[in-house]
Design a protein around this ligand. Structure first.
Ligand SMILES: Cc1cc2nc3c(=O)[nH]c(=O)nc-3n(C[C@H](O)[C@H](O)[C@H](O)COP(=O)(O)O)c2cc1C
Length: 150
């Protein structure tokens, strides 16, 4: 099976940590069952050269917003803008399989709002969400979702 490709950004390291746990879990799963897909993850940052994606991919994005008090109410995306630009670069959005959102439920209505905005912008869906670095249950749950959708 093809690896599950995930493009992600991480500012304070939580998303990077989650993706590492997800990759390790996928490796362990494949050791048990050779048809279980691996994770192919690519971090998108301000240093990334924009390229045309050639295979389908998921997007994992943390939430950094200022202003507003709910959806589309003057809210401004911070820190993750490069990832947003990358996934809508040329025809890349056509290859998006779904968005995984990370955030913190303390932000109430704005919980994983960047993921919801990306889903809207790419005409896809938020396929999973988790808080902060994610628990081991989140890793298992999200790997299972991704393998079904990939
Ligand atoms: C300045 C700031 C603003 C944030 N705004 C939101 C928000 O609007 N909604 C949300 O769900 N989480 C919000 N968060 C929580 C982050 O999305 C969360 O900590 C995430 O795990 C950070 O991922 P990273 O460490 O990979 O950058 C915010 C965090 C910071 C520091």
């Amino acid at each position: 099976m093809q690896p599950i490709r995930i493009l992600f950004s991480s500012i304070s390291g939580n998303t990077r940590g989650f993706i590492q746990k997800l990759s390790t879990y996928a490796n362990d799963q494949q050791a048990i069952n050779p048809s279980a897909p691996l994770i192919e993850a690519v971090e998108i940052s301000d240093l990334t050269n924009f390229t045309d994606e050639t295979t389908p991919f998921f997007v994992c994005v943390p939430t950094y917003l200022s202003g507003g008090n709910g959806i589309d109410n003057g809210v401004k995306e911070l820190m993750t803008n490069t990832l947003g630009e990358y996934i809508t670069y040329n025809r890349n959005a056509q290859l998006v399989q779904g968005i995984i959102g990370s955030g913190n439920r303390n932000f109430n209505e704005q919980y994983v709002l960047t993921a919801r905005r990306y889903a809207h912008a790419t005409n896809t869906a938020v396929v999973a969400d988790y808080e902060l670095r994610g628990t081991s249950q989140d890793v298992e749950r999200i790997y299972s979702i991704l393998t079904k959708l990939a």
